[in-house]
Write a protein that binds this ligand. Structure first.
Ligand code: NAD
Ligand code: 6OH
Length: 490
């Protein structure tokens, strides 16, 4: 049993107070199936109260606060996360089952970094200004000012809970907005701890509200349909994005969507072989494949195909599927039984579609509490047609199809033959080829000889079904503010 996990209550946080819901649901630990939290679900009235509190806060001290004071508060929030690092780490690990080794290097530090980076960005970016000639020869000056969008609804997924929530929250707060946030029902905990940190940092009541619950007919839908919410930023599945688009249509809210992917990796024969095998294994299996940027299709130049497949198989088989606290563990469970059913349905489908299973394909047996959890074998396939559903649909598990290619243009064509367009990762020691192929990818983010190497100032988002809009640096400021032009006749 996982003795470190205590059942805690996760209440909503509205107008600076922790508030119980009329209904509760249990949060299950995907490591061993135990209950880790009782979560208070927000009903429509609670979401309405959160929106009203957020509106009032815009008109209160927060709305009048000088930029420097707001920036100082964001830095205090970053410090607050760092001071309670172990609490955040334990909560994230209990909700997701991800290895401590991963969450302590990625999720929690990035949660704090998002606040610090966007505090710096909002301090340093200016706005545009133009001088206009006029017939009288005196001219006019135009300059733009940024104003907050207003009350922003932030709807987050479960795969990188604190990281992806704060990636939206930090720029939204930096721009002076107030927030009604809904973490995923699978990962309610770190968003709730963040409310304590905000409170201690002195963020005024109503600026950051947390409403727990689900999507349809629950907190998610109550946010997206609320007339008092001025914009919605969402990360999650493409089908959910589509439902949210319909929900916001009647109140014409601006949206920013980071959606699903079916990302390609391209490996050229001239790559640094060992570094590429290690990099690609990390990209496919990190966070149990539950990263929107993970490649689930890898195209490998034919001369090294067999050797590369064998090396990747060895990496997959060396992964340690353990308890999160064990230092050796480098792969945790999937998030839930339901998600495991979905991934396993693709493991079956791949076989029906004619795949050769290189490794994995099932559920591991441990003989301990992990058998009650949601672990799954890391899996690689070869031999599928490019038209196979396994090659076309997002699975969101620790798996990939490996296919050979002969010509650069064939690899590019196969990589782009998808309805998605989030990310790609290209491996080659030929610099010109690296640039050329990366630029030919119809995606929002192309990596060469790396993956998930993120500078928070760069544009982030997807083409096609992978999203609408870009966030990151100035792009985040543009979404989270209304830019007004002032024209002065001289
Ligand atoms: P999801 O779409 O199931 O849920 C995301 C959030 O939306 C949750 O908080 C959920 O409660 C809420 N939600 C669901 N239905 C809703 C509705 N009708 N109205 C309002 N809110 C609703 O996604 P998930 O399963 O949590 O995350 C996995 C998916 O997210 C994958 O498809 C993955 O590719 C995608 N993702 C994309 C990015 C990116 O940056 N592009 C990043 C991470 C995850
Ligand atoms: C998706 O699963 C990961 C998204 C990562 C980021 O948005 C980021 O800034 O690191």
């Amino acid at each position: 049993m996982n003795a470190n996990v205590k059942v805690v209550e996760r209440k909503c946080y509205i107008n600076g107070q922790f508030v119980p819901g009329r209904k509760q649901f249990s949060k299950i630990n995907p490591v061993d199936g135990s209950v880790v939290a009782q979560v208070h679900e927000a009903d429509r009235d609670m979401v309405d109260a959160a929106v009203r509190a957020a509106r009032a806060a815009l008109q209160g001290p927060w709305g009048r606060m000088a930029l420097q004071a707001r920036v100082d508060l964001l830095r205090k929030v970053a410090e607050g996360i760092e001071k309670r690092f172990d609490d955040f780490l334990a909560a994230e690990v209990a909700d997701t089952g991800k290895p401590v080794s991963l969450a302590s290097h990625l999720d929690i530090p990035r949660g704090a970094a998002n606040f610090r980076v966007f505090a710096d960005i909002v301090r340093t970016y200016g706005t545009e200004s133009y001088f206009l000639d006029t017939p009288d020869g005196k001219g006019a000056v135009n300059y733009a000012v940024r104003k907050p969008l207003g009350v922003v609804g932030v709807i987050a997924p479960w795969n990188l809970p604190l990281l992806l929530l704060t990636w939206k929250l930090a720029p939204a707060l930096a721009c002076g907005n107030t927030i009604v946030a809904k973490p995923s029902e699978e990962t309610p905990s770190t968003a709730t701890l963040l409310a304590e940190v905000m409170h201690e940092a002195g963020v005024p009541p109503g600026v950051y509200n947390v409403v727990h619950g689900f999507g349809p007919d629950s907190a998610g839908e109550f946010i997206t349909t609320h007339p008092g919410v001025n914009g919605v930023t969402f990360t999650g599945e493409t089908t959910t994005g589509s439902a949210i688009m319909k929900a916001v249509a009647s109140t014409v809210k601006p949206i920013s969507f980071e959606l699903g992917g079916k990302n390609a990796g391209i490996v050229f024969a001239d790559c640094d072989f060992d570094a590429t095998v290690a990099g690609m294994a990390n990209a496919i299996f990190s966070n149990t494949g539950q990263v929107c940027l993970a490649p689930e299709r890898v195209y490998i130049e034919r001369p090294i195909f067999d050797r590369f497949v064998a090396a990747l198989k060895a990496k997959a088989e060396a992964l340690v599927l353990g308890f999160p606290q064990d230092k050796a563990t480098n792969m945790g469970p999937l998030i839930s039984k339901q998600h495991r059913e979905k991934v396993l349905s693709y493991y079956d489908l791949a076989k029906k579609e004619g795949a050769k299973v290189v490794t994995g394909g099932g559920v591991p047996k441990f003989g301990d509490a992990r058998d009650n959890g949601c672990y799954i074998q890391p899996t690689l396939w070869t031999g599928l047609a490019e038209s196979a559903r396994t090659v076309k649909e997002e699975i969101f598990g620790p798996c990939a199809h490996l296919a050979p290619f002969d010509k650069e243009e064939d690899a590019i064509a196969m990589a782009n033959d998808t309805r998605y367009g989030l990310a790609s990762t290209v491996w080659t020691t030929n610099l010109s080829r690296g640039h050329r192929v990366a630029q030919a990818m119809e995606v929002g983010i192309s990596w060469v000889n790396c993956w998930f190497l993120r500078d928070l100032r760069t544009p982030f988002g997807g083409t096609k079904l992978s999203g609408i809009g870009r966030e990151g640096g100035l792009h985040s400021l543009n979404f989270y503010s209304e830019t007004s032009n002032v024209c002065i006749k001289l």
